[in-house]
Ligand binder design. Structure first.
Ligand code: ADP
Ligand code: MG
Length: 377
């Protein structure tokens, strides 16, 4: 078990950035190409379950491949425990990776798939292999499958074997790259819970990659939100939800996503063509330098209040999604401002209805118009 430290990890896929740097030549091509990962610094604590989440193409898999040693860094350093592994080959890093594609050996039985890495490892006493394989198989409830070939397994079973292969090696670190993507929704939810409880038992430092914010929220001790090769925020799940550092995180975490509306700060109010919100003194102070400027107001669909009261804003229902447990309403305010609202399932709503809505002050978010950083009272 070990802490993992990433220091200014940078990766550029260019023609040959290393050669250019080596010769002290700054090739224009190298300078022009934007790094796929830009100075990522992150500490994953010993035993922690860290989730990296972000949209497709933001650099998650590349980061895992750098940590595992399958890909070399352009700049920066990676530490596993007290070992600097930046230039070590994958085998010497004591890290096991689980891929979305499972990557099982098709011609080997489940038993041999689980034992494969152990037989090749100098660190493992060969006499212990059967015991290790059986103990992992038991933990993952795949003991009955040990003699089967991968093609005789369901997707969920293959996924457990891939997980078992990583666990059998008893590495210092698990890396998991979207391991649940190929499973159907129900199995995905079950396996999610199973991975979390296994990790809690084994206490192996884990870095788990997903593009799915629900997976991130339900699995991570902490979550690092990434976009375009940079970390946007690192925090425990509920902190990301309650205090997103910027508009990107606010939009990415939470489903359906937060609503964003342009508002102008004037006369101690947030003014939109369809409404005005009176601000507390704390907010007024936080906004002094934004006088007369247009900001972005954020409000989550589940935080919008419904009911007649002073200052309530009329919203005309244009679209409904009744899920049974709750209903999502799309409505328009004056000036064609669309907004999504979560409504209790027992509340009767129909298209064309006019709801009276309000935005509770403690639950609104405001973002700087230029930097998109959250402004806090
Ligand atoms: P994610 O896993 O978050 O979807 P990736 O790490 O796979 O993203 O990719 C990040 C970016 O790096 C993408 O723009 C991708 O096209 C690029 N990329 C990944 N691998 C290579 C490579 N071997 N050569 C060039 N570009 C690559
Ligand atoms: Mg990926």
């Amino acid at each position: 078990m070990a802490q993992v430290v990433l220091q200014n990890v940078t990766k550029t896929f260019a023609s040959s950035p290393q050669t250019a740097a080596h010769k002290g030549v700054k090739s224009p091509k190298t300078i022009a190409s934007r790094p796929v990962l830009n100075r990522i610094s992150l500490t994953i604590e010993d035993g922690e379950f860290m989730v990296l989440v972000g949209p497709s193409g933001c650099g998650k898999s590349t980061l895992l491949r750098l940590i595992s040693g399958l890909e070399m860094l352009t700049a920066g350093d990676i530490w596993v425990g007290d070992r600097l592994v930046t230039r070590l080959p994958p085998k010497q890093r004591d890290i096991a990776m689980v891929f979305q594609s499972y990557a099982l050996y098709p011609h080997l039985s489940v038993y041999n798939n689980l034992a494969f890495g152990l037989r090749r490892s100098r660190a493992v006493n060969k006499a212990q292999i059967p015991e290790r394989v059986h103990s992992v198989a038991k933990m993952l409830q795949i003991e009955d499958l040990l003699t089967r070939l991968p093609k005789q397994l369901s997707g969920g079973q293959k996924q457990r074997v891939a997980l078992g292969r990583a666990m059998a090696r008893n590495p210092q670190v698990f890396l998991m790259d979207e391991p649940l993507s190929n499973l159907d929704a129900k199995l995905r939810t079950e396996t999610r819970t199973q991975i979390v409880s296994l990790q809690r038992q084994l206490k192996t430092t884990t870095i788990y990659v997903t593009h799915d914010q629900t997976e991130a929220m339900t699995m991570g001790d902490r979550i690092a939100v990434m976009n375009q090769g940079e970390i946007q925020q690192i925090a425990p799940p509920l902190e990301l939800y309650r205090q997103p550092a910027n508009r990107f995180v606010a939009a990415f975490i939470g489903s359906p996503p937060m609503n964003f509306l342009p508002v102008t700060f004037k006369a101690n109010q947030l003014v939109h063509p369809a409404f005005a919100i009176a601000l507390s003194t704390e907010w007024q102070q936080a906004l002094t330098r934004y006088s007369q400027q247009t900001l972005t107001l954020g409000i989550r669909p589940e935080h919008i209040e419904i009911g007649q009261k002073p200052g309530a804003i009329p919203a005309t229902v244009t679209h409904l999604e009744a899920l049974g447990s709750e209903t999502f309403v799309i409505a328009t305010l004056a000036e064609d401002q669309a907004i999504q609202i979560r409504v209790n399932a027992d509340q009767p709503v129909a298209i064309g209805n006019i709801l009276q809505i309000s935005f509770p002050l403690p639950l609104i978010h405001l973002f700087d118009p230029v930097t998109e950083l959250a402004i806090r009272p």
